[in-house]
Design a protein. Structure first.
Lengths: 384, 528
């Protein structure tokens, strides 16, 4: 059907697609969880906020699970290296993720303010720690991670947990959290009314501006102070997955090579800057029509996709550069699964993703409404 | 060299987190169908009580489901965090069923579980029922793909080692799907889940009947669970997974360990009911045996031989020596000496590479192993017998006890005498833990019985870990134990609370605690 080279490239796109899918869907309810303490003061308001995503958070979370499992299937070395290398960061993410399903499901089962407030805190932590860690991890990918392979391809990571935190990676962490919060606020503006919607719009407006600013700042740092990686030997794009037989150097501004070689790609980071400004503009309008609300959500989704793509394209063909042994860096050409696995999984994805999108949209449509305080009070025993 | 502490801690962590996760999975698998049956009756007859049954058992299902989702995430993380060499070595094959599970099963299950809980007022009756069906279907698909992945670990078909990438690669996906080990494991595991779901409903309904509360509700729930459970336990026992033990070397080893059969007996072999296995002497002391039974069960014939552990080990020794040759040529090939001769020699011996890797525990170079080290590797090539032997017997004892209980429950329910049989109701109530004991011991047999392999005959468990410090894993292991204990207490607290409250928790005004305000006010005021 496709040759190995094409399959490898398609899978670079698919992994990107799945992670963007995760950020737009699960990122939305993570943002909602992060906004919860700030946009909802009374218990009934909090239930309004939670019930806008009550029916969807679990399906959304599967984007994350599927993105992770696809990483395992398509880029097993990246999965193995990143998860074991970032051991404590991954454990921190995992333990925070435990809190979300339980908070959603258990919170309103007992009518005690203390019980509910504790679950709200759990939901906040579970919703904010993962995007923060992912953002910091992504920043570290841009900087390069200290790892290398022995002769039997066993990976050893030589960094420490605390080395993950640098000014640049904290900045990428903030960008990631800001994306989720902005996204969550545009969702709440669409799905709630009264005070909750007003507070969401106000917070979302500020966050969108902060996001645009941080994204520009990160871009300047990538241009000026972050060393990028370049493959200097010939790459056999049709070859088998052998990530230790190439030559790689580093250089200031090297992450901008792809943009300079193909200037049309600059459009993507430009959208990443302009789209959040539009979101801020839409959110600042006092009486919003439905179109404006939807546009702010679309703008927010576009921002997320552009920012993730901007980083992915900057690094292309790198996925995980090694700072200690650069020639062991993982490229989307040499870290992949076999041709038969990539071919099989492409067919599976092409078959199932349209079906998934179909029933997911159906469910969102069926559950679509403005969640109000009156509704929650009426269904206080069956709602979340 | 191998860090034995790291290996031990990694195994403990995986075992604890996997067994903990599997406390919740079987109930999800079983209850989804029970909910679907109850809701189908509601949609067909329009009788409200069946909607209440669906909603109430659904509430308990939800409490269980949430923690199942949370602890399931651990499994996805751990292959990468703690078993990174495994992930590299077999990700090309093993990753695919996991990714397909996400796309085909988890999306379906998780999208419609939201509709199940919150869609009652927003979907038509039939739409909601269809959603419940898709949720149940997704749950079962998920079990299918996980057991295809696990079946491949037990019997790694459809794949081949590639020396250039230093990993196993996919050759035939249909062989992996139709792996006989995966097929029997799937049936056995989901049927085990159905038993757990049925026993759960049966036990709690028995509690209401014993208390004389919500009798109409409890009796109907009891009927559904008794019928469903009897069918399920029969499938678990008749389609037990020993039928897969004919396939693959490691399954044969596991069978011998289950039976504590150290010596090969002339066919048909006797079945050891009970005894004291002794790995040092390689003898089973005080064995009580049933003639012919093992031969019949394991080989489904009178002339099939069941190999004993001594002979199995003896057969492993030449394979270990052959594996040393494979390792020697692998090293040459990876050092750039890719001559046709080296390649030919490697291809001749590579099916035994895994056995050669068993020596890595004693010498990093493998090829320089001493005679004593080879003998130690031979000893390592089968699992310790006693744990497998006993775990299997506990599982079977639970299984047959449940068979008896389901038969009695079904019989007296059919004769409409169940309310009078208080001894049976009490037995059923106390039998609640049985499916979980059987399921956990069953998994223990399957996974511990596979040792020393992570992937049978391909990759030893001790090689599969990440290159972490033992202290890293100790730290996370303690964190898991603490956090899981807390989660378990919270879950049990809610489960017990709502199980005791019964259908009154739905606040329909039709059930026990809502009709005697004096009695119920204490409970009700705290709950919604």
């Amino acid at each position: 059907m496709f040759d190995y080279e094409t399959l490898k490239f398609i899978w670079w796109g698919l992994i990107g697609f799945l992670f963007i899918g995760f950020a737009i869907t699960d990122g939305m309810d993570m943002g909602v969880g992060g906004l919860l303490p700030f946009v909802a003061k009374k218990d009934v308001e909090r239930r309004v906020v939670i019930n806008t995503v009550g029916a969807h958070w679990d399906g959304n979370q599967v984007w994350f699970i599927t993105a992770g499992a696809s990483l395992f299937a398509a880029w097993p070395l990246v999965y193995a290296t990143a998860f074991s290398g970032f051991y404590f960061a991954m454990m921190l993410t995992l333990f925070s993720l435990f809190l979300r399903p339980l908070a959603f499901d258990y919170r309103s089962k007992i009518d005690s303010l203390k019980w509910r407030n504790n679950w709200d805190k759990a939901l906040f932590v579970g919703s904010m720690v993962p995007p923060l860690v992912f953002g910091i991890a992504f920043g570290n990918l841009l900087l390069g991670v200290p790892f290398g392979f022995d002769s039997l391809m066993r990976v050893t990571y030589t960094g420490s947990f605390f080395a993950l935190f640098t000014p640049f990676t904290l900045l990428t962490g903030v960008i990631s959290v800001a994306m989720m919060l902005m996204h969550g606020s545009t969702w709440l503006v669409m799905r709630t009314d009264a005070d909750v919607a007003k507070r969401s719009a106000n917070i979302g407006l500020v966050v969108a501006l902060v996001l645009a600013l941080c994204f520009i700042l990160a871009g300047v740092m990538v241009w000026q102070s972050v060393d990028g990686y370049v493959v200097v030997s010939a790459i056999d794009t049709m070859g088998q997955a052998q990530p230790t037989i190439k030559e790689v150097t580093t250089g200031s501004g090297a992450w901008l090579t792809n943009y300079n070689e193909t200037p049309i790609l600059w459009l993507i980071p430009v959208v990443g800057i302009i789209a959040p400004l539009f979101v801020a503009l839409f959110l600042s309008i006092k009486s919003k029509s439905t179109t404006i609300k939807v546009l702010s959500f679309v703008g927010s989704s576009l921002t997320i996709a552009s920012i993730i793509l901007t980083a992915g394209i900057a690094m292309f063909p790198f996925v995980m550069p090694s700072s200690s042994i650069p020639s062991h860096s993982l490229l989307m050409w040499d870290t992949v699964s076999s041709e038969s696995t990539l071919g099989l999984m492409l067919v599976v994805v092409a078959f199932f993703v349209p079906i998934i999108l179909g029933y997911t949209i159906w469910c969102y449509k069926k559950m679509w409404r403005t969640v109000t305080i009156a509704e929650i009070e009426q269904n206080s025993h069956s709602a979340y | 060299m191998i860090n034995e502490t790291l290996v031990e801690l990694s195994r403990w962590q995986f075992a604890i987190t996997a067994l903990f996760h599997f406390l919740f999975v079987p109930l999800t698998i079983g209850l989804t169908w029970i909910l679907f049956i109850m809701e189908s009756v509601y949609v067909m007859t329009g009788r409200e009580i069946y909607r209440d049954m669906t909603k109430f058992w659904g509430k308990l299902f939800g409490i269980n489901f949430a923690i199942g989702v949370a602890t399931g995430l651990t499994m996805e993380f751990e292959f990468g965090t703690n078993w990174s060499y495994y992930s590299h070595y077999v990700g090309d094959v093993f990753g695919a069923p996991l990714a397909i599970e996400g796309l085909m099963a988890f999306f379906l299950e998780s999208t419609f579980v939201g509709m199940f809980f919150l869609g009652w007022d927003r979907l038509s009756k039939r739409q909601h029922l269809m959603g419940t069906f898709l949720m149940a279907l997704g749950t079962n698909f998920s079990a299918l793909w996980i057991l295809i992945a696990n079946g491949w670990m037990q019997n790694p078909v459809g794949s081949e080692f590639n020396y250039m990438t230093m990993r196993m690669e996919l050759v035939s996906f249909s062989e992996i799907i139709f792996n006989p080990v995966a097929q029997v494991k799937f049936i056995h595991t989901v049927a085990g889940g159905y038993v757990a779901g049925a026993m759960f409903v049966l036990s709690i309904s028995s509690y209401y009947l014993l208390k004389g509360r919500d009798v109409a509700f409890a009796k109907r729930s009891f009927s559904v669970a008794a019928g469903f459970g009897l069918a399920a336990i029969l499938s678990v026992i008749l389609l037990g997974d020993e039928s897969g033990y004919e396939v693959g070397e490691v399954q044969r080893v596991k069978l011998a360990a289950i039976e504590a059969e150290y010596h090969t007996e002339p066919a048909p072999a006797a079945f050891t009911v009970i005894g004291l296995p002794d790995d040092e002497a390689m003898e089973t002391h005080y064995a009580v045996k049933i003639p012919y039974a093992l031969g019949l069960i394991a080989t489904r014939s009178l002339d099939g031989e069941v190999m004993g552990l001594r002979d199995l080990q003896k057969a492993h020794e030449p394979r270990i020596r052959n594996g040393m040759i494979a390792y020697e040529y692998l090293t040459k090939l990876r050092n750039g000496e890719q001559t046709p001769e080296n390649l030919a020699k490697f291809n001749e011996t590579k099916h035994d590479l895994g056995y050669g890797l068993l020596l890595k525990r004693y010498t990093d170079n493998v090829v320089d192993a001493t005679e004593a080290q080879i003998q130690m590797a031979v000893k390592d090539s089968t699992p310790p017998v006693a744990p497998v032997f006993w775990a299997f017997r506990i599982m079977v004892a639970c299984g047959f006890t449940m068979l008896l209980l389901f038969v009695l429950a079904f019989y007296f329910n059919a004769r409409r005498q169940i309310e009078q049989k208080r001894w049976l109701l009490k037995s059923l109530f106390f039998a609640l833990p049985l499916p979980w004991i059987a399921i956990e011991t069953g998994w223990f047999v399957a996974e511990f019985g596979r040792q020393p392999w992570a992937i049978s005959e391909v990759l030893p468990t001790f090689l599969s870990t990440s290159s972490l410090a033992a202290s890293d894993v100790l730290f996370s292991l303690i964190a898991f134990i603490v956090v899981y204990s807390i989660l378990f207490v919270i879950e049990m607290y809610l489960m017990v609370k709502f199980a005791r409250l019964g259908p009154s928790s739905l606040h329909t005004g039709r059930y026990h605690f809502e009709q005697k305000p004096a009695l119920a006010s204490g409970l009700r005021s705290q709950n919604s």
